[in-house]
Design a protein around this ligand. Structure first.
Ligand code: FAD
Length: 472
């Protein structure tokens, strides 16, 4: 009787190195059927920028598989139905996968495993995406942590970095298995193609290159410079990590080898925030669209379609906020410091519901990640588990002067302001008329006047926050 193949079900683990499901499938010595199924994400359908990325990452994975003698089989539709038909066509009797930990995906996968087992198919899941799987890091009462610092301490004390693996050199795969064509999925935008400014190389090789680049440059001064958006000082690994093109442990270990202990520790701690977000969403599934702190559900949000639109388009009149929103629209990514300032502007200055901003980020970020996005938005809004205190309202002028003092970031993304001297760059409306004239800037024409007054908006936000949290 012919040896039965193992189905290797790729999802958000689009790599061959450090891939536990692939390693375990290879260890069986049986032929491997690598498949990706384009199914509706049970937690929330992927945004447009995510699909842009997926298109390229799957093509890159297919090339890597072909170099090893295999290829990626593409299927579309309900995951269980597609897996069953693949099993029926090929005689496979096992499905190996790396787990997804978002609540609905986790439950869906458990259901699939149950169904397949009842068909007599072995189903095995592994953790390839997080430093520690949810449930592995609990406090003394066996409950999930709600505060980051003790969570991270416990994670580092207990989690064992897996050894680096490069995957099998040859992957034996059955020859004739039907696959859909990537082009038919039309994941790349057309009419219009809004991705022309996307300067990314999706795929495992792109992830490795981004990490090497970071270790050669930004990692050396990461702790001090990671907050300066005008510098290339962070890794830009977030979309690669989201799609599993690199394992977080691999990124952590390489940073530990290449950077000083202090810089590496800071970087690993940021990776820890990614894990913390995933653990929180896994354990507290309602935070996907409900405040972690229930009292924040009564926040008196404003309905302000014009304010929301100005924010999305980068036309608030606050240069740091507008730079971030334009960087997001143009490249599919925004620097972390600016994400905090832009999100705070929406939630606190404009008093617009954090879910509106979260949805916009979800659609436009190439690194859109349900757990990280929700957790960070709730952190900014003050409603999250380990959130910023309610009275923390980022000052978009002060943040610009502090973190973009030389204006490199704002001048890049808001070129209308490039001739304005540093002194007025982050608050152009305060510049004397002759300074504006010399800079060739007509406020209200070339660049908007501020859509609100910072001090008034701050006071309004504090009043609103006091009513919900009962603080005085
Ligand atoms: P680096 O500084 O190089 O950090 C390394 C890695 O650590 C990142 O790639 C990322 O995986 C992780 N990380 C760093 N900071 C955080 C953080 N605060 N929370 C969780 N993980 C972190 N990150 C996403 O990956 N997806 C999102 O959808 C997302 N939405 C966000 C929304 C808001 C409002 C805010 C304030 C932050 C959000 N972040 C999100 C977190 C953070 O901004 C990005 O992870 C970071 O900017 C990615 O850039 P980098 O890879 O160069 O980061």
């Amino acid at each position: 009787m012919a040896v039965k193949p193992v189905v290797l079900w790729f999802r958000r683990d689009l790599r061959l190195n450090d891939n536990p499901a692939l390693n375990q499938a290879a260890a069986t010595g049986r032929p491997i059927l690598p498949v990706f199924i384009l199914d509706r994400d049970p937690d929330r359908p992927a945004g447009a920028a995510s699909l842009w990325w997926l298109d390229k990452s799957l093509r890159a994975l297919d090339v890597s598989l072909q170099e090893r003698g295999a290829r990626l089989i593409l299927r579309r539709g309900d995951s269980l139905i597609q897996l069953r038909s693949l099993i029926e066509e090929t005689g496979a009797d096992a499905v190996f996968m790396n787990r997804l930990f978002e609540p609905a995906a986790f439950a869906r996968d458990a259901e699939i495993a149950h169904e397949l087992k009842s068909d007599g198919v072995e189903c095995r899941g592994f953790n390839g995406s997080l430093l520690a799987r949810p449930g592995a890091v609990l406090n003394g009462s066996d409950a999930p942590y709600r505060v980051f610092t003790p969570f991270m301490k416990a994670l580092l004390a207990s989690a064992e970095p897996p050894p680096h693996t490069t995957g099998p050199r040859r992957i034996e795969t059955p020859a004739e298995v039907a696959s859909e064509a990537m082009d038919d999925w039309a994941l790349h935008p057309t009419r219009p193609d809004w991705s022309k400014g996307f300067d990314w190389t999706p795929g495992e090789a792109g992830a490795a290159a981004a990490l090497s680049d970071f270790l050669a440059r930004g990692a050396k001064t990461y702790a001090a410079d990671r907050d300066r958006p005008g510098l290339p000082s962070t890794s830009r690994l977030s979309p690669h990590l989201h799609w599993g093109e690199i394992s977080p442990w691999r990124a952590a270990q390489r940073a530990r080898e290449a950077a000083s202990a202090a810089e590496a520790a800071k970087f690993v701690s940021e990776l820890g925030w990614r894990d913390f977000s995933a653990h929180l969403l896994h354990h507290f599934p309602t935070i996907v669209d409900r405040a972690f702190r229930p009292e924040y559900e009564s926040m008196p949000w404003r309905n302000d379609p014009e304010g929301l639109e100005a924010w999305k388009r980068g036309r608030t009149g606050y240069p740091l906020v507008d730079s971030g929103m334009r960087q997001l629209w143009t490249t599919g990514w925004m620097h972390n410091r600016v994400r905090m300032v832009a999100a705070s502007f929406l939630v606190k200055h404009l008093l617009i519901d954090w879910r509106e901003g979260e949805a916009w980020f979800w659609d436009t970020l190439v690194d859109a990640d349900l757990a990280s996005n929700v957790q960070n938005w709730q952190w900014v809004a003050g409603s999250g588990a380990d959130a910023a205190p309610y009275f923390r309202i980022f000052n978009p002028i002060g943040q610009g002067e502090k973190f973009d003092a030389d204006g490199a970031y704002v001048r890049r993304w808001v070129p209308e302001l490039r001739r304005l001297p540093d002194r007025w760059l982050h608050a152009p409306w305060t510049a004397p008329a002759e300074v504006l004239r010399d800079a060739g800037l007509r406020l209200g024409k070339d660049y908007p006047r501020p859509i609100l007054d910072h001090a008034q908006a701050r006071a309004r936000a504090l009043d609103a926050l006091k009513t919900v949290s009962g603080r005085d």
